[in-house]
Each structure stands twice: as structure tokens, then as C-alpha cells.
Ligand binder design. Sequence first.
Ligand code: FAD
Length: 409
Amino acid sequence: MTSGNSRTRNVLISGASIAGPALAYWLHRYGFRVTVVEKASAPRSGGYPIDVRGTAIDVAAHMGILPRLQAAHVHTERITFLDPDGAEITTLAPHTLAGSVEGRDLEVRRGDLTAILYDTVRDDVEFRFDDSIDTLDQTDHGVDVTFRSGVHRTFDLVVGADGIHSHTRNLLFGPESRFHRHLGFRFAVFTMPNTLGLSRELLMWNAPGRSAALYATGTRDDDLHAFLNLHAPEGTAADGEPELPARRESAEPDTDLITSAFTDTAWQIPDIIDAMGRADDLFTDTVAQIHLPAWSTGRTALVGDAAYAPSFLTGQGTSLALVGAYMLAHALASHPTHTAALTAYDHTTRPFVTANQSLITHGSAALFPTTAQTLNDRNKRLQTLATLPTPTPRPAYTALTLPEPPPTP
Ligand SMILES: Cc1cc2nc3c(=O)[nH]c(=O)nc-3n(C[C@H](O)[C@H](O)[C@H](O)COP(=O)(O)OP(=O)(O)OC[C@H]3O[C@@H](n4cnc5c(N)ncnc54)[C@H](O)[C@@H]3O)c2cc1C
């Protein structure tokens, strides 16, 4: 194991959410000089809960952050499913559904994870907030970067960790539409007042093609995370692959489609739609995956959602980001050239990514049935689950054995 290969010492990472700071941590530990550029003015603090499971727990343990993640664990006590009239179908323990290992796998607010990762590395690497990459120019010797702020710098390697709508990927590989695989749903998330007095629980309402959830990650004094999901197929291309929709980010959230679909008067739907209209943290997008035939070109690479977003339907985006960062840093530290390292990163990590992306296919999300018949079938399965022993965890979560980490500094 080398301490950062001789030709790749100086690395720029775009994005400071999960994959970016995790990669920065590992590269620093291997002896690289690291700069992270983030377009937001501070680490993102958005609070929706995300899962960290299986191999990603091992990454967190190697980073020494597991005790802090365990302290931040959300401890959801139950998930209650409601029918279209708002009547209860069944109540389950969360790990029964996710196939998680109770007591080992974790659920934390995304902002908490980002803050923990950022704290771990903030003193060791340079962070440039409120800035982004404008242009990238690869030469034989490095990558010349112009930042939006006007600053010019040269790096040995540039890594895009800037999420599903990655600007770095657009610069390197072309338009998102080539790699974006629509999964047939459109969603909105936002916070709203906890008028129901919910505490550490999730209520999930389903009608065919529509679902709404209220998630209390705290106690009855804390706001709720509201979630609306709508079956929104966008047609299929001639070859049977889902048609590629235009990129839609949330700068100007488009809620018309969702508002016009959720006209139900049952349960809390009118209040949730009303709260969406008033929310100041509304985020909407299509549910999609990113599939790229290669995650690198020359002296540039991608990690996390930018390279292989699996969608929240798999619950594995965060885990892929943490594991991908670990594998990329290890490859860069243990190969003599960036070319060999980036090939090894792809070779060693792709089967894990594929296994996790394959947990879901177009329109097939088990929790979000799109017809009355599939909703009925799902409800029957849920009622049986309540009486079954805890299922075995999904093998995809642990489908990679990590190489040894470097000695603890
Ligand atoms: C509603 C919702 C629920 C989810 N639930 C789960 C779940 O239960 N489990 C799970 O594992 N995953 C879940 N995910 C997915 C998870 O959030 C992502 O997979 C994960 O955050 C990916 O991390 P990342 O660091 O690759 O990208 P991101 O978290 O998307 O971060 C990208 C970063 O890059 C920055 N950035 C973007 N563009 C630029 C630019 N041009 N220049 C500089 N910086 C830029 C952004 O500001 C951001 O900080 C969910 C996602 C959503 C939206």
C-alpha cells in the first residue's frame, strides 16, 4: 500500500454531502492533498432520514464515526400502513420491512450524517463553500479547473461527488438524459407541523398509484417529514427501456402534477397538500437511477449518486456513497497510476453497485403499488409479515468485502 500514488497527490472533489466528505477523509488518511468544492454556503442540513446498512456500517466503523452515528440513530418504533380510507391495515417494526439487521444497521437524518462526516475531516482538507467547478480541461499533467468564483487551479485528479444531477458528470460525459433511468414515480418531501402528535413512527397511506407518508423522526414536539409519491410513468422507448425524461431539479419545485393527483379527502391528505404549498424546504424530483458504462475518464471520476444513484426506493444511496468513497480512495492509494486505480475502482465496486441498483426496477416498488389489485396483494403480504419471524437481511447490502483500511493515524 502506498501513501497516495506518486502521480496523483492533489485531488479536487466536487460536492460536500456524503460521498464527498467520505472520500476526502480516506484520501487524506492515505496522504493525498484534498480540496472539496461545494455550491452551498455550508454543509447541507436537510433532515430526512436515510439508512446506513451492511458494508457501509463497516466503512463507518473504520472511520471511527460509528459511535456518533449510533447516537444519532432515529429509533423508529413502528410503521403503520393505512388503506385509501385512512383505516389501519397493519403495524410493523421497521427492520421487518427493510431487511435490516436490528441493532447494527442505522437510520440517521441526512444532515446529521453530513455534519458528522464534515467534522471528521474539516481540519484536514480545504473546503471551498459557495463555489463550484465552471470548466475542466484535462492535460497530460493534470486537470486545469476554473471555478465559478474565477479562481484557476490545477489538480492531479478531479472527482464528482455532486449528486444525481451531477454537474461534473455533465461536463465529463454529456447530458444526464443518457444515464438517467426513470423508475416511474415522482415525489415531494418537506417538513410540516406535527399536529397529530406522532413520535418516532411512520404512517404510510396508499391508494393505487399514490402514497403519502408522515414520518416522526423525533418526538411529538418535533416537525414531521411529509412525503408524497405519485406513479408518473413517462412512456417507454421503442426498445422497452424507460423513456428518459428531461432533467428536473428542485430550484423551482413543480408541484402541479402532485397537487392535481392528490385530490383525496381521506386521512390527512388535504392537510398534507396544504402544507406542501406553504413549506419552505420543499424538494421534488423524479425517482430515478443513474447508470454509466464507466465511472471515469482520464484524470476524472465520479462517486456516489453522481455515478450510480440507486434511488431512495432501494434505501441504499447513502450506503453506496460511503462504500464507493472507501473503494475509490483505496484504489487510488494502492495502484501506481490513476489509470490503473480508476480501472480497479470500477472492477471491484461495480458488482456491489449492480446488486443494489437491481433491488428495484421500473414501476416495481413493493411499497408503492400502482393498481388496486397490486395494492390488495401488498396489503395481504404486509399482514402476513406481521406474524412471520424477522426476515434475513438482503444479501445485496453486504455483497462486498472491504479491503483492509490503512493503519489508524
Ligand atoms: C427524499 C429522499 C429520501 C432518501 N432516502 C434514502 C434512504 O432512506 N436511504 C439511503 O441510503 N438514501 C436515501 N436517499 C438518497 C440519499 O440521500 C443519496 O443517495 C445520498 O445523499 C447520495 O450522497 P451523495 O454525496 O452522492 O450526493 P448528494 O447527497 O446528492 O450530495 C451532492 C452534493 O453536491 C453538491 N453539489 C451539487 N451540484 C454541485 C456543483 N455544481 N458544485 C459543487 N457542489 C455541488 C450538493 O449541494 C450536495 O451537497 C434519499 C434521497 C431523497 C431525496
